[in-house]
Design a protein around this ligand. Structure first.
Ligand code: T3D
Length: 271
């Protein structure tokens, strides 16, 4: 694998668009299966900043251009010739991958990974860090770290046992074999696997539904579900009380109840 010329390193590696409340982050290195280089990390960080700063975003959807979702770290950036100093991957994880996952996890809007093809290494765990993973039948999820002598990062060792149990997590992480999207759905690793020719429509249906949902309620649901793993029942009941107290004062709650009484669909504005 050869190093990329500097022109490639400097070329935008992801695009960001915000239209009608839907923020779309697309990874745009299809010839490298959207492997993450330094430029892509910068582009993704800028997109997350834009989402954090905007009151107009009601859903974020991430997908890849071409036949892959994302093949993880760009291995062309790792120089391992004999005699060369070994890279400090701890620094890379600390400075790049951990902030990526922490920021994604902290977003209050719903996040959707539209997995249009293979998702490997950090690319798989980026997808799994989203609230929804919807995948084409052709997609595969690969904890490919072990194939290059690494352990899963991007929260993979935390998330996998919680999602699929210890036995399957061990198999995925230690064998590094591809898991077909259909099996990922059956295992409860992802939200849904859809037929390839239905993929774009299904993604749009999901994203549109989330963009029209009561955004504050979705943020509360995210917070509650994330807290559930560390709270006991008493603490979780307290949290639910506090969330409901805030949501009861939202415009969307008034709209929801009034729409119900008037027997019409609600028009939530995310306020
Ligand atoms: O380093 C740190 O900072 C620590 C953090 C690490 C996080 C990680 O993500 S480590 C894991 C890194 N990712 C991988 O190890 C995955 C490597 N890729 C693959 O195993 C395979 O490419 C796939 C299973 C993803 C797909 O296989 P296949 O057969 O569909 O495609 P291919 O022919 O292997 O790849 C197509 C091209 O993309 C090919 O280039 P070429 O031959 O056409 O010029 C291949 O080299 C390139 N490519 C695929 N993955 C990467 C990549 N180039 C750079 N980096 C990649 N990760």
């Amino acid at each position: 694998m050869t190093a990329l010329p500097s022109s490639d390193r400097d070329r935008p590696a992801a695009t960001f668009r915000l239209i009608d409340g839907v923020a779309r982050l697309t990874l745009t290195r299809p010839d490298r299966l959207n492997a993450m280089n330094a430029r892509m990390h910068r582009d993704i960080a800028e997109a997350f900043e834009a989402v954090e700063a905007s009151n107009d975003v009601r859903v974020l959807v991430i997908r890849g251009e071409g036949r892959a979702f994302c093949a993880g770290q760009d291995l062309a950036e790792r120089k391992l010739e004999p005699g060369a100093p070994r890279p400090d991957l701890g620094a890379s994880v600390e400075q790049v991958y951990n902030p990526l996952i922490r920021r994604l996890d902290a977003l209050t809007v719903p996040t959707v990974a539209a997995v249009n093809g293979v998702a490997a290494g950090a690319g798989a765990n980026l997808a799994l860090a989203c609230d929804f993973v919807i995948a084409t039948q052709a997609a595969r999820f690969i904890q490919s770290f072990v194939a290059i002598g690494l352990a899963p990062d991007c929260g993979g060792t935390w998330r996998l046992p919680r999602l699929v149990g210890q036995a399957r997590a061990a198999g995925l992480a230690m064998l590094g074999e591809p898991l077909a999207a259909k099996d990922a759905e059956a295992w409860g690793l992802i939200w849904r696997c859809v037929a390839d020719d239905r993929f774009d429509d299904e993604v749009e249906t999901l994203v549109t539904k989330l963009a029209r949902a009561p955004t504050l309620a979705l943020a509360g649901i995210k917070r509650a579900l994330r807290s559930a793993g560390r709270n006991d029942l008493t603490a979780q009941l307290d949290l639910e009380r506090d969330l409901q107290a805030g949501l009861g004062r939202s415009d969307d709650y008034s709209e929801g109840v009034n729409a119900f009484k008037a027997k019409r669909p609600p028009e939530f504005r995310g306020r």
